[in-house]
Design a protein around this ligand. Structure first.
Ligand code: CP
Ligand code: NVA
Length: 306
């Protein structure tokens, strides 16, 4: 994985198909402990939004590599008081070996990447969540053996998760169907990019029809109806998104062997029923575990392990 050394991961399509395949294989080897990697580097976590999985899985992944982690909480660093990103990025670049950022605007992440030489990882922006997608692809591959030709249906908001699933699916031959209400569709530029990557070899569908989207799918995926930063519109979204809820009636339209995924945190009774997330079809805990393995592979690769 030397080819990833020093690179940024600002979006899912920063990786090409062979790189994703190699990362998933490396994650598998790390998970099975066939391989142990040691590298004494320092990862910074600069998160402007809450996080449980991403924060903890990155921290443990780095510790497992023998590295260290510094939590750069904006509440106790100068970024929270308005120090410019350009200045912060150039300073952190001198201290850290790698930096994972969770923020709002993708443009802010890109500014960090432009002003720092070290690898910058997108740990979630309003546009994308590429690290989540690596774990999702790993989970689907574990369940079905391979990705090409399988169909993942995402129901809900055309948000960061929908975007990264579109791109990650297109890059790996997974068919991706997004069912979102009118006015909440994924960004057309991301859809076009996914279509260009898939170039007819896998299916990219955006529809308002949740039942048609779920028909025969191997993976049924959902996310919160109001993402971080959209809390004010949460109540108004509930009736609009209700037909997109992942419940037994909807799952009955999917493949009989379908699995249920959710990036978490989940709101039971909103985007997913308690019955669905707790059912035998649910793989959400394996999916959450795989964040750690996929990110360990990503960190090792970006830090130049081979
Ligand atoms: N799925 C995910 O990124 O979870 P956190 O917000 O807890 O990191
Ligand atoms: N779409 C959600 C994902 C959380 C992991 C959000 O951005 O809040």
């Amino acid at each position: 994985m030397k080819q990833l050394q020093g690179r940024d991961l600002l979006g899912t399509a920063d990786l090409n198909p062979p790189e994703i395949t190699s990362l998933l294989e490396l994650a598998r080897q790390l998970k099975s402990k066939e391989l142990v990697i040691q590298c004494s580097k320092v990862l910074g976590l600069l998160f402007y939004k809450a996080s449980t999985r991403t924060r903890v899985s990155f921290t443990v992944a780095m510790y497992r590599l023998g590295g260290q982690v510094i939590d750069l909480n904006p509440n106790v660093t100068q970024v929270g008081r308005g120090e410019p990103i350009e200045d912060t990025a150039r300073v952190l670049d001198r201290y850290l070996d790698i930096l994972a950022i969770r923020t709002y605007a993708q443009a802010d992440l890109e500014t960090f990447a432009n002003y720092a030489q070290i690898p910058i990882i997108n740990a979630l922006t309003d546009l994308e969540h590429p690290c989540q997608i690596l774990a999702d692809l790993m989970t689907v591959q574990e369940c079905f053996g391979s990705l090409p030709g399988k169909t993942l249906t995402y129901l809900g908001d055309g948000n960061n998760m929908a975007h990264s699933l579109l791109l990650g699916g297109a890059l790996t031959g997974l068919n991706v169907r997004i069912a979102a209400p009118k006015g909440y569709e994924p960004d057309p530029k991301i859809v076009q990019r996914a279509e260009a990557i898939a170039s007819g070899k896998s299916e990219i569908v955006v529809t308002q029809d949740p039942v048609a989207a779920a028909e025969g799918a191997q993976v049924v995926y959902t996310d919160v109806w109001a993402s971080m930063g959209q809390e004010e519109s949460a109540d108004q979204r509930i009736p609009i998104f209700q037909p997109y809820q992942v419940n037994q009636k909807l799952i009955d339209h999917a493949d009989p062997e379908a699995i249920i995924l959710h990036c978490l945190p989940a709101h039971r009774g909103e985007e997913i029923t308690a019955e669905a997330i707790e059912s035998k079809r649910s793989r959400v805990w394996d999916q959450a575990e795989n964040r750690m393995h996929a990110q360990q592979a990503l960190l090792a690769s970006l830090l130049g392990w081979e």
